[in-house]
Design a protein around this ligand. Sequence first.
Ligand SMILES: [Fe+2]
Length: 205
Amino acid sequence: MNEFIKEHTGSFVNNMYQHLHEFDEIIHKVMKKDMYTYEHNNRLRGYTLQIGERLNLNKNTMEKLTFAALFHDIGKINVPDYILKKPGSLSEDEFNYIRMHPTDGKEMVGAIDINSIGDIIEQHHERIDGSGYPLGLKNGEILREAKIIAVADSYDAMTTDRPYRKAMSPNIAMKELERLVGSHYEKDVVEVFKSILVEQGILEE
Ligand SMILES: [Fe+2]
């Protein structure tokens, strides 16, 4: 995956590569209780950077995306294992733990805040109609970087086996993203992501 990212993100990552590797190790250690999260982070970072490149985001924004993708779920350290791995649906109290992870994550990266990624982390479950959490922000209030992570995060969660359901096919997951364009996800981001997956032969047109 690291080679993949190096190949896909141009020169800036060459400078940051050493740091990425170090951060990868930290995250791996922290997240080892949940291997899914570790692998999910790596896939998410790949998707996020490809979308960012295609949207011609500048170097500074791409750097933010790289780190935010890596750290986006770090707040889940505070969520008990039995909730993260629960096969059934969550009770209101259990979901309240999940609702806290974006803000917990923002606070955790506060001490080492790289390029102000805390706000992106806090907003990665916000939805453009205001139905997301933890803040219930609406379209114009949500950072573009957080909207990109939201699309890549949802796609990856849908296309991976989870304790509570089997993985969906890429085509079905993309249909779901498209169905939620305008309510949950930003149109441009979903369109760009779809074109990337079609080019890679992962999706049929
Ligand atoms: Fe999350």
